[in-house]
Design a protein around this ligand. Structure first.
Ligand code: ADP
Ligand code: ASP
Ligand code: MG
Length: 417
């Protein structure tokens, strides 16, 4: 069995959905499980709904209507017959959403978040599945919440591998085309959970691992994994092949083309990952596999924006020792701050961190009781794998460098902005 994953960009409008059908017809659809994300920027739109809900804003209803209108337009563009069942199914998802919003009593932001954003994936898969059926690509729509079981860490749930493996083995029909949602799962009480933003790639890897799939293909709006983020670097080049190790390093440091959690389950079972273009599906794209040499062997540039550079030094000139460092890291861990770079000297300690859950100020106040704290907000972390002498010109030009660290294969540079 092969696993395909189509992201939001591939199904952002009716033409996108038609193209996905086209891709399936070109590359073959037998024995495939297709995982689909929410259409376009739907998850962001639902985040707006959630914000309005918690702020009790009068814009709540209009923000829901906007998501409804967007999906309705796609339906109208895809289906001639407005009596088609898919209109009713989509509408019933919105009724469920509105019912939740009316009746919810939980003040837990993360819980509410997951119950709401997950409709993005339910809607997209409902529409794509119906469109495929309408066009002769008969498929089996699966509610992934019956298969991917997680703990109840809402917005960042951890997979219960044993339960998930059991359910996938028991319920996935082979020899048919299956369509299901990325990004979402369910906890023991059957409440919806999510695997972290951009988590649909990871869903593909979970299925691949549990099924023992032949391969995973993630279909993108780029030709494959490039040696630089095309949004920030000119002349990015396609990497034909890379190892799992290289892919993990690139993804971890911000090559957002692959979600970092995706690689580990695949690597464990040596399931190859292909990153391909949904615009040119017959091109080879990038192949990620065990021990593959980086081909071509060129420097890779990655950037993570919106980081924090935090420096701590002791108040009395004493050394910052292991016990302090372990205390500091425990604090980061408790507050879900992700550390992307570490540098220390005798009496100071610097880290580049990411604060996805807005906990930094709280942590800073705790640290300020023990250390002298300085920090820069909104800095960029550049990671260059296999760097060469061009780094200066490509990265450092016109930027204020705050910190630099070099190891054998990797150079990291923190710059203002
Ligand atoms: P999806 O539609 O699956 O969610 P994303 O938009 O998350 O896809 O990922 C594809 C995007 O990742 C590309 O459009 C590109 O802008 C960005 N990107 C960042 N780094 C890289 C890289 N090294 N190679 C290719 N694309 C990259
Ligand atoms: N729809 C989710 C998001 O936008 C998951 C994904 O696209 O991978 O974060
Ligand atoms: Mg994405």
């Amino acid at each position: 069995m092969k696993i395909f994953k189509f992201g939001g960009a591939s199904v952002k409008d009716a033409d996108g959905v038609k193209n996905v059908l086209n891709v399936m017809q070109q590359v073959g659809h037998e024995n495939v499980l297709v995982i689909i994300s929410a259409m376009g920027k739907t998850t962001n739109a639902f985040e707006e709904v959630i914000k309005n809900y918690f702020e009790k804003s009068p814009a709540l209803q209009s923000s829901i209507q906007e998501v409804k209108k967007y999906h309705n337009q796609i339906l109208l563009d895809l289906f001639d017959d407005e009596e088609h069942d898919v209109f009713y199914t989509v509408n019933s998802h919105f009724e469920d959403l509105e019912y939740f919003i009316r009746s919810n009593k939980s003040p837990n932001y993360n819980f509410v978040y997951d119950q709401i954003v997950s409709f993005g994936e339910l809607l997209s898969t409902t529409i794509v599945s119906a469109y495929f059926n309408e066009n002769g690509l008969y498929n089996n729509w699966i509610d992934v919440r019956n298969l991917i079981k997680t703990d109840n860490t809402y917005r960042d749930a951890n997979v219960d591998w044993e339960a998930t493996q059991k359910r996938i083995t028991k319920n996935i029909k082979k020899n048919t085309l299956n369509i299901t949602q990325g990004f979402i799962g369910a906890d023991d009480n059957n409440f919806t959970t999510t695997l972290g933003r951009e988590g649909s790639d990871y869903s593909a890897a979970i299925f691949a691992y549990c099924i023992g799939a032949e391969s995973v293909t993630i279909w993108k709006d780029v030709p494959g994994v490039l040696n630089a983020d095309p949004r920030y670097f000119e002349n990015a080049l396609l990497l034909n092949q890379i190892s799992y190790r290289e892919a993990i390093e690139l993804a971890f440091y911000g090559a957002s083309v692959i979600h970092p959690k995706t690689l580990q389950p695949l690597q464990k079972k040596e399931i190859p990952l292909y990153v391909k273009s949904f615009i040119n599906p017959l091109l080879a794209g990038t192949s990620v596999s065990r021990g593959a040499d980086l081909e071509p062997h060129i420097p890779c540039y990655i950037v993570k924006k919106g980081q924090l550079l935090l420096s701590l030094s002791s108040l009395d000139f004493s050394f910052i020792m292991e016990e302090h460092i372990s205390e500091i890291f425990a604090l980061f861990h408790q507050h879900k701050l992700k550390v992307n770079l570490i540098q220390n000297s005798a009496i100071s300690f610097s880290v580049c961190i990411e604060d996805k859950f807005n906990n930094f100020m709280e942590v800073k106040n705790i640290l300020a009781k023990k250390f002298k704290v300085t920090f820069n907000e909104n800095v960029s972390l550049y990671t260059i794998r296999h760097f060469d002498e061009n780094v200066k010109e490509i990265v450092e030009n016109n930027k204020t460098v705050l910190l630099k660290q070099i190891s054998r294969e990797t150079m990291q540079i923190v710059t203002k902005e």
